[in-house]
Design a binder for this molecule. Structure first.
Ligand code: ZN
Length: 167
């Protein structure tokens, strides 16, 4: 297994739209394992392939307290979204930034697992937020782009300062 480098906002490659996975084979399963390891090591609760510069429709996440409930979504499709909720989000590609984002409260999502088996999942709360956040990545969207332009400008300035200080 390997820890993969995570693209950092505002890297342009975070705006690429991910392609559908045609065949779930061993190379995909290897990427799943490496992405899971990268996510747990960060540590984070979700990671989209886009963030490790692989532009295919693959997400891993684990919102469990014990980090023992890895969920894999290949070619995820939002089947239903209901209600509205605002909650604070962060992102491994935007370190140190936490902002409130408005999203659907409950969703139903269909996808393939790492064995290529179709499943559907109903999600609420943190799991629903995390799935929507990661599905945004596959479309080339980073969560801060859902905020006002003023906030985005402030965030970019803050990140620049952070990076200068750690270099
Ligand atoms: Zn993210």
């Amino acid at each position: 297994m390997a820890i993969l480098p995570i693209l950092q906002y505002p890297d342009e490659r975070l705006h690429k739209v991910a392609k559908k996975i045609e065949r779930v084979d061993d190379s995909i399963r290897k990427l799943v394992r490496n992405m899971a390891e990268t996510m747990y090591a960060a540590p984070g609760i979700g990671l989209a392939a886009t963030q490790v510069d692989k532009h295919i429709q693959l997400i891993v996440l684990d919102v469990s307290e014990k980090h023992d409930d890895l969920k894999v979504f290949i070619n995820p499709v939002l089947l239903e979204s209901l209600g509205e909720e605002e909650s604070e989000e962060g992102c491994l590609s935007v370190p140190g930034i936490y902002e409130k984002v408005r999203r659907a409260e409950r969703i139903s999502v269909g996808a393939l697992d790492e064995n290529g088996k179709q499943f559907t999942l109903d999600a609420v709360g943190l799991l629903a937020v995390c799935i929507q956040h990661e599905m945004d990545h596959l479309q080339g969207h980073v969560f801060v782009e859902r905020l006002s332009h003023l906030k985005q400008t402030r965030i970019r300035a803050k990140l620049k300062k952070q990076r200068r200080e750690t270099l």
